[in-house]
Design a protein around this ligand. Sequence first.
Ligand SMILES: [Zn+2]
Length: 144
Amino acid sequence: MINVSKIKKGIVLDHISSGAGFEIYKALNLNEIEDTVVLMQNISSSSMGKKDLIKIETDFQIDFTVLGLIAPNITVNYIEDGKRIKKFKNELPDLVDGILHCHNPRCISNTERHLAGHKFYLYNKERKEYRCEYCDTVCTYGLK
Ligand SMILES: [Zn+2]
């Protein structure tokens, strides 16, 4: 059992699939936070076998679009005064603005660099595929 109440104020990202914790850590730039950040890997979990968990002990604006792309289905807990005040399951975003790059080299988004804002719409939820707003090419956010 992980005692989330040990942290006074902050965010706990729970039910991260084992090994994805570090990807999230890097993608959210958690290394830039000056307060305590704890990444726990391979914790035994009754529902998942093994899981990762991240505790962020500060007010931090999580980029839920990035988080949703890397790890849909994780649990996000907000802690205030040592108590959980909010809990929700993260989801794959319906719309992604920026972040993704179109895989089509002839796409206007790749040839016209001055284009501001480039949107992708969720195309296939199972496969985490997004459709480019300009050329309809289906793109995915690749985990390295
Ligand atoms: Zn495109």
